[in-house]
Every structure is written in structure tokens, then in C-alpha cells.
Write a protein that binds this ligand. Structure first.
Ligand SMILES: Cc1cc2nc3c(=O)[nH]c(=O)nc-3n(C[C@H](O)[C@H](O)[C@H](O)COP(=O)(O)OP(=O)(O)OC[C@H]3O[C@@H](n4cnc5c(N)ncnc54)[C@H](O)[C@@H]3O)c2cc1C
Length: 592
């Protein structure tokens, strides 16, 4: 079965939710218009469909190999990566001045979705490198920027994100990797990290690790962390490769999924000569790393959208072909399973969740694009709204990927459980998404403890006002009558749950945080689906885009609002549960 990039849908979302035309009015994106976006999406789609996707099964079946500290990617990966960088695609979102295309994240997000659908394991090398470049561009000195950015942007070198240690996962502040000043402006790094994605591989001539470490004597916790560039090979100022740095890969993991990506353990400073270059100020590392982590959180959300999309495509194609059972109303012969209501129900849930989670990620990306602009056009309210929604994009879209890829297997029936059918891999690959880049539980805590309190709660209040304003605009037509009522109901639940989160004890709010994040995500998705329905309705008959597509968009939005959004009502009691209920069974009653 093939992957076909949903370019028509991507252009529609880019237009309606990504507001590409409005972005094009900003100086920094003045070169971006619909034609350019369309060309980019069509060209990347070819690479994704013809080069990345055929390697997806190969990567899963053959995996990466580790020998004597070297990691080899599965057959074909290095060649596919070369095609990607030779096309110049690696610099898609990097500033033009630094050798990139200077395209908005909103557009790059859809590019990421395409390559994640086609081959999520392999494509992580691309998104991690873009994130590392962002962090260096935002926090690195002029010398670091000129040494490392050109090759990261071209893709000649790749980037990694090094936080996790065996004793420091969710609690990054517990990490033990240390740094000591060498007296020449550089540092010597000592320690070990685990689970570092693409920490070693054979696709690029150098690997630039962004490493969180504690300068000796610095305070405990995240406040004492600093960020360092630790290159695999030391380089000259004019980017010539010099000697090997004292960082080495000590092993790779054997995983449930994502077999095409190397998950590495790294040791720094075995010979006390691991050179690190400080990025930004000492002890301000967590802030600098957050530039990369926030980028990665949106990317992981997009991995969710990409995996949901490919699983949905496969299920729909299979359901059109597989003949089984006579129709429910009676008939002489068996029909294709797409005709059975229960299969159609599953396909509609998948379709609605794919479109909703995509809209959420694109809206979040649009806000980030608007946030990163300095000067007169900058709108700080949008910056804070982007921060507010980032945990939702990461957690909701990745939970959806698990649901959708599991439903895809259900649509296939027994053959879905058999690896040859090719859909089980998407379920296995999806399983890591709610875990890495901050587990979804940690995202929910971030939402209730920090994000909804931004600007003393005004960021949430403004979001509520915007949704309420859409509801009142939509009152004058019958397009979404029931959906509108459902959205109003969800908004009321969200307001009640928000008050609870702000006023209850830390333990009570933490007990309901995951349910609260889901309520907020469903509400936001419902709002964005409603906006798309109205935009689609306004374009009907215009000839700009096919009426069939527009009618399907309206129907899918109605389905989301009336069949999926009502889950909010059940989630209300989980959000307001309080810790007494959660801790009502004593610890000694759990298996020992
Ligand atoms: C394939 C793969 C790739 C990875 N890539 C990278 C990478 O490139 N770079 C990198 O630095 N790391 C990477 N990681 C590590 C990943 O980010 C961590 O596994 C993740 O952050 C969770 O940490 P942990 O595994 O130690 O789990 P733990 O932190 O031990 O968490 C276990 C459980 O406890 C919960 N929990 C922990 N603390 C709290 C709390 N305060 N409140 C509520 N619940 C809590 C968690 O939500 C989780 O359910 C990768 C991991 C894998 C498996």
C-alpha cells in the first residue's frame, strides 16, 4: 500500500488555520505565498512518497546496527537523506540570511507531517537538526552560529538533543553530566546520556550534540544547568573537520518500534578531553534548551498527525477492497467492508481525529510564527497562546495517533495484526510518542501548573473569549446547529474545569490534569474544525477547490463536533476528581 500526501487538505488548512496570507504580510515572510507553498508541498510529497516511504518497511525490518561504536542506518537511508539535502530541503525553516528558505513553521509543519507519514523513524534526523539549529541561532554566540549553523542548515551535519540520563528522565534537573571550565573559554564534559535519538549514525560527516550539563559548583536542579555544543568531530572556524572529540556511542536500544532510528547511549569524557562550547549564559541552559524542546514538542505532535494520516489512509484503502459479510439491510452477496456501519464509524473517527489534530498543530505553528517576529508586528499575546497550546499539540496529537493506528488495525481485522499487512508498524511506532519529549502526563502538569497561569490567567481568558465570539458569529446560520451547541457546552465545561485547576490544591489539580488537557484540546480542535466548516461553506461553488472536498470537510467537522467533542462531558468528572479518589486505595493494596 502506498502513501499519498494529502496536498489539497494541506493547502486548505494552511489557508484557513495557518492564515498563510496574513503571514505573507509580515516582512519576514513577504516572499511566501500560496503558489510557493503549493510548490513546496507538491515537491516534498514526491520525495516522501517515492523515496522515504519505500524505506519505511525496510527500516522497520532491518533496523540500525551497532558495531565497535559505529552505527549504520538501514539500507537506503543514507541515500534518501542525501536526496533530501541535495534538494536543499533541510533549510526549509531556517532564515534566508543563514542559507535557508526562510519559510514559516506553519508550512514547514506540513512538510514535516508528510515525511513523518512516509517514514517517521528516519525523518527524526531532519526535525532534530532543525531544532538544534534553532537553539544555536537563538542562543549561540556569533562564533558558534557561524561555525555550526551553515552545515546544520544544509544538512551536511546533523543535530541531537541530549537530556536524558538513567537517573534523570522526567526530572531533568536530576542529571549528573558535568562541565568544567578548561581555561581557554571551552569546557570539558564528563558523563553519560541514554536514549539519544540519532546520537550516532553514518548519514552525515559530523554530529552536533546539544548537551545539558552542570558546571561544577552550580546549584542543584534545572537552575544549575548549562547548554553545550559537543561536536562528534572538532571543527575549525571555517568548518573543516579536525580530530575526533571524546564522545562515543556505547550502544543502541532494541525497541518496540521506530527501528529505523538509532536510540543511542553516549559517554562523554572517558579520556577527560571531551570539548564542549557553552551556548548562551552559564546556568541558563534549560531556557536555551527549551527553544529546541518546544520545537521538538510541535514536531512530536506532527509525528502523531503523520502516523495517524498514514494509518487512516491504509485503513480506508483496505476497507474499500476487502469484501466480507452481506449488508446489514440484507442482500444477495458479501459487500466491501467500507459499506458496514461499524467500519464506516471507525473510518469517520479516524478521519475526524486526523483533521482535528492537524488543525491544532498548524494553529500552534501559526502562533509560533507570529511570536517569533520582532518589531512592530509582534503580538506577545500570540506568543503566550502558542506556549499555552504546545502541551496540547504534543499530548493530544500523540494520544490520537495511538487511537487511530489501533483503529486501523481493527479495520484490517486479523490481517492487521500480521506484520506483512504493514499497519501494525504504525501502531508500534506510535507508542513512543506519548512518552518522549516530556511524557503526556508531564505535558498535562505543565498545562495546569504553568501555562494556564500565564499572564495571571489572561491568556486562557482571551482564548475563551475568542471561542465565545466565534460561537456568537455562527449563531446566524444553521450550518453547525448541533455542533455549535456542543461547542458551547464544551466551553462551559472548560471554564468550570479551569477555575478548579486554578483554585484547587496542587495535588487535586495534578490528579485531574490529564483529563483537563484533553478537555482543552477537544475544545480547541472543535473550534478549529468549526472554523474550517464555515470557511469550506463560504468557498462552495467558487471553483477554487473541489466542492466534494469542501462538503466532506463540512461533514467531518460536524462529525467531530457532535460525535467526538461530547467526550468532554465524561472527562469533566475526571478533571474534577480530586486526589482523595485517586489515592483512595492504599499503596499496599497494589501488587508488590
Ligand atoms: C525511542 C526513544 C527516543 C528518545 N530520544 C531522546 C532524545 O533524543 N534525547 C533525550 O534527551 N531523551 C530521549 N528519550 C528519553 C525520553 O525523553 C524519556 O524516556 C522521557 O522523558 C521519560 O523519562 P523516563 O523514561 O525516565 O521515565 P520517568 O521519568 O521515570 O517516568 C515514568 C512514568 O512516571 C511519570 N512521572 C514521572 N515524573 C512524574 C511527575 N512529576 N508527575 C507525574 N508523573 C510523573 C511519567 O509520566 C511516566 O509515566 C528517548 C526515549 C526513547 C524511548
Amino acid at each position: 500500500m502506498t502513501y499519498r500526501a494529502p496536498v489539497e487538505e494541506h493547502l486548505f488548512v494552511l489557508d484557513v488555520i495557518g492564515e498563510l496570507t496574513a503571514l505573507g504580510h509580515l516582512d519576514v515572510f513577504a516572499h511566501v505565498d500560496r503558489e510557493l507553498a503549493s510548490n513546496v508541498l507538491i515537491e516534498v510529497a514526491k520525495l516522501a512518497e517515492d523515496e522515504f516511504y519505500p524505506l519505511n518497511r525496510v527500516g522497520d525490518a532491518e533496523g540500525v546496527t551497532f558495531q565497535n561504536g559505529h552505527v549504520s542506518l538501514p539500507p537506503g537511508s543514507v541515500e534518501a537523506y542525501r536526496k533530501w539535502i541535495e534538494g536543499g530541503w533541510n533549510g526549509i525553516e531556517a532564515p534566508i540570511a543563514a542559507g535557508g528558505f526562510g519559510l514559516p513553521l506553519t508550512l514547514s509543519a506540513l512538510v514535516q507531517e508528510q515525511i513523518f507519514s512516509a517514514n517517521v523513524a528516519f525523518s527524526q534526523i531532519i526535525s532534530l537538526t532543525a531544532g538544534a539549529a534553532r537553539a544555536i541561532a537563538a542562543h549561540g554566540s556569533e562564533a558558534l552560529r557561524s561555525t555550526y549553523l551553515p552545515k546544520l542548515i544544509s544538512g551536511a551535519w546533523s543535530g541531537t538533543m541530549n537530556l536524558t540520563e538513567s537517573g534523570a528522565g522526567s526530572d531533568v534537573g536530576a542529571l549528573k553530566t558535568s562541565a568544567s571550565a578548561a581555561g581557554d573559554g571551552t569546557y570539558r564534559i564528563t558523563g553519560e546520556k541514554i536514549f539519544i535519538t540519532f546520537g550516532e549514525h553514518d548519514a552525515t560527516e559530523n554530529i552536533i550534540h546539544l548537551v545539558l550539563a552542570r558546571i561544577k559548583g552550580a546549584e542543584a536542579g534545572t537552575g544549575g544547568l548549562s547548554l553545550f555544543i559537543v561536536p562528534k568531530y572538532l571543527v575549525s572556524d571555517d568548518q573543516k573537520i579536525l580530530e575526533r572529540n571524546d564522545v562515543r556511542c556505547t550502544g543502541i536500544e532494541h525497541k518496540l518500534g521506530m527501528h529505523g532510528s538509532a536510540t543511542c547511549s553516549l559517554a562523554y569524557g572517558d579520556q577527560d578531553r571531551c570539548v564542549g562550547y557553552l551556548v548562551g549564559e552559564p546556568h541558563a541552559g534549560i531556557r536555551a534548551m527549551f527553544t529546541m524542546m518546544n520545537h521538538a514538542r510541535i514536531s512530536v505532535g506532527l509525528q502523531g498527525v503523520g502516523l495517524s494520516e498514514i494509518a487512516y489512509q491504509k485503513a480506508a484503502r483496505y476497507a474499500r477492497e476487502r469484501t466480507q459479510s452481506r449488508p446489514i439491510g440484507g442482500g444477495p452477496t458479501a459487500v466491501r467492508i467500507i459499506e458496514h456501519p461499524d467500519v464506516r464509524r471507525m473510518l469517520m473517527i479516524m478521519r475526524a481525529q486526523v483533521e482535528a489534530s492537524r488543525a491544532l498543530a498548524i494553529y500552534n505553528s501559526h502562533l509560533i510564527d507570529r511570536s517569533e517576529i520582532a518589531g512592530a508586528h509582534r503580538d506577545d499575546r500570540l506568543t503566550l497562546r502558542a506556549e499555552l497550546l504546545t502541551p496540547c499539540t504534543k499530548a493530544y496529537s500523540t494520544d490520537v495517533a495511538l487511537q487511530v493506528s489501533s483503529l486501523a488495525i481493527q479495520v484490517f481485522g486479523g490481517i492487521g495484526f500480521i506484520e506483512e499487512a504493514g499497519v501494525a508498524q504504525h501502531f508500534r511506532d506510535s507508542r513512543i510518542l506519548p512518552i518522549y519529549e516530556g511524557t503526556n502526563g508531564i505535558q498535562a502538569l505543565d498545562l495546569v501548573r504553568r501555562k494556564i497561569r500565564l499572564a495571571e490567567g489572561h491568556v486562557v481568558e482571551e482564548m475563551v473569549r475568542d471561542i465565545a465570539s466565534s460561537l456568537s458569529d455562527w449563531q446566524s446560520t444553521e450550518l453547525l446547529e448541533e455542533g455549535r451547541a456542543r461547542l458551547a457546552g464544551a466551553l462551559a465545561v472548560f471554564e468550570e474545569a479551569t477555575r478548579y485547576m486554578l483554585e484547587s490544591s496542587p495535588s487535586d489539580s495534578a490528579s485531574g490534569a490529564t483529563a483537563y488537557l484533553k478537555i482543552f484540546s477537544l475544545l480547541t480542535c472543535g473550534w478549529l474544525m468549526g472554523r474550517q466548516a464555515f470557511a469550506a461553506s463560504a468557498r462552495l461553488g467558487s471553483g477554487e477547490i473541489s466542492d466534494d472536498f469542501l462538503r466532506a470537510k463540512i461533514a467531518t467537522a460536524k462529525f467531530f463536533l457532535t460525535q467526538i467533542l461530547p467526550e468532554v462531558d465524561a472527562l469533566r468528572s475526571s478533571a474534577l476528581v480530586g486526589s482523595n479518589m485517586i489515592f483512595s486505595v492504599g499503596e499496599d493494596q497494589f501488587p508488590q
